[in-house]
Structure formats: C-alpha cells, structure tokens
Write a new protein. Structure first.
Lengths: 299, 413
C-alpha cells in the first residue's frame, strides 16, 4: 500500500511536470495569439512606425530581420555544410582534428549570445571594419561602425553549430552502399560527395538553414551593438547600413518606450509576428527532419 | 605507350585536385576552432587595458593615440555628439517598472553615455588600435561633464576608478561622477537569478523527461517530445516580454511584493529558457540507457516507477548532470530575459525578491552607450570574458568528463 502511494507520487510528479511545461508553452503562445491577433492588419505589415512608435506598422523591422537572416544564411550555411562534410566524409571518428572541431562546435553552441555580441563588436566592427576602412582609405567610417553585414556575420557564427549538427545528421543518413557504389564506378571522393552524397542530403541542409534562420531571427543580444537600431529614417540599402529588427524593436518598445501603455497593442502584435515567424520556421524544420528520419529507417 | 602516359597524367591531376579540395574542406572545418580562439582573443583583448592600467602605479599616457583626438574634440557643453543609439536620449531608464529611487543606474542625460564618433574616428585614422585604454579620452569624458577643459595629463580621477578596491566594491555605478565598478553586486544578481532558474527549470525538465522516456505511451511521447522542444525555439525576447507582462504581475500579487520585476521573476523567465535544454539532454541520456537494464529490473520484480527512479535515472546520471550544467550555462549567459524581467537595478541584496542585474544584462544595457576604449567599455568586455570563461569551463566539463563517462558506461571500452 505504502509502495503504491509512493508510486502514485513518483509517476504523478512526472505528469504534473509535463503538464506544467505544456501549460507554460501554450499559455505563452495562446496569450500572444489572443492579445496580438486583433492588432494585426495589412497596414501593420506594410507601414513604418509613426508617432513615436505608438502607431503604424513594423515593416522596416520585418525588412531588416529578413535581410539580416538572408545574409546570415549566405555566410553561415556554406561553412557549416563544409564542416559537416569534413566531419562525416573525410575523417575517422577518433582522429584528433575532428574531435577538436567537434569540441569547438559544442563550445560555440554553449557560448552566451551576448558574448557573440561582444565578439562581433570587437572583431567584426572594430578590427575588420576599421581595418577595411583604413585599407580603402575612407575618411568617414563606412565599415568601422555597427552595420548589417557585421550583425549578419555575428549571427552566422552563432548559428554555425545548428547548421553543422543538422547537415551532419543528413549526411549520415545517406547509406554507405550509395557511397561505395559511386566509388566502385570510379568516381573520386569529391565526385562522390558532390554528385551523390550532397544531392541526397539537400533536405538536411535545408533543415539546418531553416533552424539557423529560426534561431537567428529570434536572437537579439548579438545584434544589440553590432548593427540594430531603434528607428531608421529609411530602409537599409547597403551592407554597411544599420537596420531595424523585430526582436530589438520589441525589446525597446517594451522596456524603453516613454509611454509603454500607448505602445501595448504594437508590442503584442510585434511579439506575435516574431513568435509566429520563429515557430513556423522551427515547425517546418521538425517536419522535414521527421520525414528525413522516417526515410532513413526505411533504407 | 603515349596513351598510357596520358592516362597517368590525368590521374595525377585529378588527385591533385582531390588533395586541394580535401585540404580546403579541412581548413573550412577548422574555422570553428579558429573562431573559438578569435572570440577568446578579441574579448580578452578589449578587457586587458583594465588590468594593465590597474597594476601600474604611474599613469601612463599613450602618446600616439592621445595626440590626435585632443585636436578633434571640442570639450564644450553645446557640442551635440552624434548619438550611437537613438533611444538613449528620448527614452526612460532601463526599466519603467522599478521606482526611480531603486534604479541607481538611471541615466543622467549629461553623463557621457553618448557615442563620440570623433574619438573612434581619430583612433582609426591614427592607425592605433582603438581599444587601447586612452586616458585622454576618459579625461575628455569628464571634461564634458564639468564643462571645464581638462588637459590629458590629469588622469587622477581615472586612476581611482580602476583600482582593485573599486572592482571588488559593492556599487555598480559606471555612469556617475566617480564611476564605481563593483562587480560583486552583479555577481550576486547573476547567482540569484541563475539559482532560481535552475531550481525552477531543472526539476520540471528532468521529471518531464522521465515521463516522456518511460511512463508516456509511445504515441504520446511522439507528440510531447517535439512540442517541448518547440519551447527552445521561443525567442528569448518573447519569453522576456511574457515575464514582463504576465509573470511579473502574477508573482507580485501572489507574494505581495513591492517590486513587480525582481530576480525571482527573472529566474522564472530564465527557467523557461532552461527547461527545453534540460529536457532534451536528459531525455537523450535516459533513452540511451540500454534496454537490458530496464528489462532486468522489471524481471526481478521492480515496478515501472522503481525501475525509472532507482535504475534508469542513476544509470543516466552523468547525462542528467550534464543537462543541468548546460542549463546553468544558459541561465548564466541569457541576456534578453534578464534584461527585461529582473528589474535591472544593480542592488547589493541577497533577497531574491529584490530587483537584480546580471552580467549579461549589464553588458546588453550599457554597451550601446559607452565610449569605445573607455574604462567602462573595458569593464564590460571583462564581464563578457568572465561569461565566456564560465561557459567554456562548463562545456569542457560536460564534454571531457561526463559525455566520455556516459559513453564508456553504456558501450564498454
């Protein structure tokens, strides 16, 4: 009897914990959906903020975020993919270099995002950017200040582990026999990778990119001082421009606005857009990945 | 004969290409290692001037970078510097919810928080590294405040600022007449919120992982696992905003608190961010425990829950431990939640219901408005260096000791 009571609590507590987490999760998502949905309108997506951010939309922030993650993907995904290729195709698991690389990737994944921000400021903005300015002989600071490209590069470094892990998984899902068949037909190693392995793992690269974009779109700390600004007179049209960002916009609206109550509808609507964007991306990645996994089992 | 030679040539060429590609791939792959080093070097490089100026008794004036800025910068109150972050001027202090008297970091508009383009520009043009600590720049900073032109040879105030006693003090007031950089206040703030976060997040994550790994039906597990992992996809600003709006009021009315935002609320927010990490890693560790252990336990008459708690959980302990460590790392370094939900006041208080300020939040809040190369700037990089070293240490411990042990335990060696 005593044992049965203990068992009841032992199992019950796990159920309670699970329910708690689900309540937090759906409570959060539901609240933003309920509060934010009435304020969404076409104008909200297409207009710039007006009247000290109490009216208007968030188009510049959406534009800036999109541009940011696009450049980030261009910079980060090739590097991540090549790293994954190296780790799966070119080395033995127990050799020292891949182990060190793996350790570095895991460390990268664990470094706090604000440290990436400092790194972006110290390395990209001040070292690379000002170096470029000196090299080009610019009188004004063009690159040596917070800019879109530096924020994107910082985020690319931040999301590198996400890409590497996803692509690696996809590469491992390609059966050995396929590689051996290609090699047996006389193809070289690189030909095998380029023509056989990579086409078979496009979904994995896609998953990695989507996950990276989802992560990158939501991160605010690394771009706080590498390029994001609160308001812009005009949209960024070059890599050295500063930009507006959904997450940063929300942060400023929620904590630093002179009239927090007046911006409340905008805050909820912005949150909903940001949350919707990242969740849709994550969901897509999960779906693609589960399809990938089921295919892997079949082979 | 000729044909034979041709063939071998082609073959050799192709191998050259292969060799080049392999080396190229290996180089790109090594970028991760290089990046870690660069992060290490650059974060520390910006923090270093703090130590060199702290250890020296004599004030050293770095001549090359000191000469130019003096000519460019007019120490005049009327000078309206280009603003680095526009919101600095027209917006309220860090958190609107904390009463003014409890927010010692509230910014004085006259304080030198504006980004001074001239200082960095001339630094760049003179070719010296902009992060070298320049007493002149700081002197100018003070001079704008006092509206009296001060020559660069008067760094007496600055010397005091970077003394060891200042750093170990209990006040964090970087933007004041006599800046104080007492990191112990921030350390306590960080520790408070991290402890709350772990106490809140880790049990929930571990118990949910147990449920998902053992007690849940298979179809339920297939749903629960990805759904909880979705929580990891919530941007931290959104979680921070949720705490700001909902958890703050909830906790305040529940405990009858003076402050809506405090380190407890911040800890809950960080805990929400910790849950998916702890859950995922614990779940993986539990699932990788060999089936034989479970079956043996059930075969000798143990019940399902006894097996789960007394056999599987101990067997997966290194993994659970790793999960908690990585959770601590996440809570320690999380910026946006801490920035939005902790109240953000640098109070020296051990009470978890007082507002607090973490390392990461301090960097996030102050870096945007600091003069590049100033003591304050170096100090913020120093905080970043602490975060980096801590994260690196946690990761090394989990990688080298725990994961290896886990692998050896289950797969033999």
């Amino acid at each position: 009897m005593n044992k049965r009571v203990a068992g009841f609590f032992a199992v019950g507590s796990t159920i309670v914990a699970t329910v708690c987490i689900l309540v937090i999760l759906f409570g959060m998502a539901g609240m933003f959906l309920v509060q934010g949905l009435p304020h969404l309108s076409w104008a909200f997506f297409t207009e710039a903020p007006r009247n000290n951010n109490t009216e208007g939309g968030i188009f510049p922030a959406i534009y800036g975020t999109t541009l940011l993650v696009f450049i980030m993907t261009l910079l980060g995904v090739p590097v991540g993919t090549i790293t994954a290729i190296y780790l799966t195709e070119y080395t033995k698991q127990r050799a020292w270099l891949p182990r060190v690389i793996r350790f570095a990737v895991n460390t990268l994944a664990g470094v706090p995002s604000i440290v990436f921000g400092l790194f972006g400021l110290g390395f990209f903005v001040q070292f690379l950017g000002q170096g470029v300015d000196i090299a080009l002989g610019n009188d004004q600071m063009v690159w040596g200040k917070p800019a879109l490209v530096w924020a994107a590069a910082t985020l690319a470094v931040l999301t590198l582990p996400v890409v590497i892990v996803s692509v690696e998984e996809a590469l491992r899902a390609v059966p050995r026999e396929v590689r051996e068949g290609s090699l047996a037909l006389g193809a070289t190693k690189w030909q095998t990778i380029w023509k056989v392995v990579l086409p078979n793992s496009v979904t994995g690269i896609l998953t990695g990119s989507i996950l990276a974009v989802g992560r990158g779109a939501g991160e605010v700390a690394p771009i706080l001082f590498t390029g994001a600004v609160y308001s812009l007179p005009e949209l960024p049209d070059g890599l050295s421009d500063q930009f507006m960002h959904l997450g940063y916009h929300l942060y400023v609206l929620a904590t630093q606005s002179p009239d927090v109550d007046a911006t409340m509808p905008l805050q909820y609507a912005t949150t909903l857009v940001l949350l919707g964007l990242t969740l849709v991306l994550n969901f897509a990645a999960v779906l693609i990945r589960s399809r990938l996994r089921s295919r892997q089992i079949r082979l | 004969m000729e044909q034979h030679i041709d063939k071998s040539l082609v073959r050799k060429n192709r191998r050259w290409g292969e060799w080049l590609i392999e080396k190229g791939v290996a180089f790109v792959a090594s970028l991760s290692i290089i990046l870690i080093f660069i992060i290490f070097i650059f974060v520390f490089r910006e923090a270093m001037p703090l130590f060199s100026s702290m250890s020296l008794e004599e004030p050293t004036v770095e001549a090359p970078s000191g000469a130019t800025p003096k000519d460019d910068v007019v120490p005049n109150e009327d000078l309206t510097p280009e603003i680095y972050n526009p919101e600095v001027y027209n917006l309220a202090p860090a958190s609107a919810d904390v009463p003014a008297e409890t927010a010692p970091e509230s910014y004085d508009p006259n304080a030198p928080e504006s980004y001074d383009p001239n200082a960095s520009a001339s630094d760049a043009s003179s070719g010296s590294t902009p992060e070298s600590y320049d007493p002149n720049a700081s002197a100018e900073e003070t001079s704008t405040q006092e509206s009296a032109p001060v020559t660069g040879d008067e760094p007496a105030i600055e010397r005091e600022n970077v003394s060891l006693a200042n750093i170990t003090g209990t006040n964090w007031q970087p933007v004041s007449e006599k800046p104080k950089y007492g990191i112990s206040t921030l350390l306590i703030g960080t520790a408070k919120t991290t402890i709350v976060a772990i106490l809140f997040g880790a049990p929930l994550g571990i118990l949910a992982a147990l449920y998902s790994a053992f007690f849940a039906k298979k179809w339920l597990r297939e749903i629960i696992k990805p759904v909880i992992e979705i929580l990891a996809g919530f941007p931290s600003v959104v979680v921070g905003f949720f705490c700001l709006m909902v958890v703050g009021s909830l906790v305040q009315s529940l405990f009858g608190l003076d402050f809506r935002l405090n380190s407890f609320v911040g800890g809950i927010g960080l805990g929400i961010a910790v849950i998916p990490i702890v859950f995922t890693i614990t779940e993986d560790a539990l699932s990788s425990v060999p089936r034989a252990l479970r079956e043996a336990s059930l075969a000798v008459g143990a019940t399902e829950w006894e097996t789960a708690y007394k056999v599987m959980l101990p067997a997966a302990f290194p993994g659970v431990f790793a999960a908690v460590l990585l959770g601590i790392g996440r809570a320690f370094g999380e910026t946006m939640i801490a920035l939005m939900a902790t109240g953000n006041a640098a109070l020296f208080s051990f009470n978890i219901f007082d507002p607090a300020r973490t390392f990461a939040a301090t960097i996030g809040a102050e870096m945007g408005e600091v003069v590049w190369g100033s003591v304050h700037y170096n100090m913020l990089f120093f905080l970043g260096a602490i975060l980096f070293v801590f994260a690196f240490g946690l990761n090394t411990v989990t990688e080298l000791f725990i994961k290896e042990r886990l692998i050896k335990k289950f797969h033999g060696n």
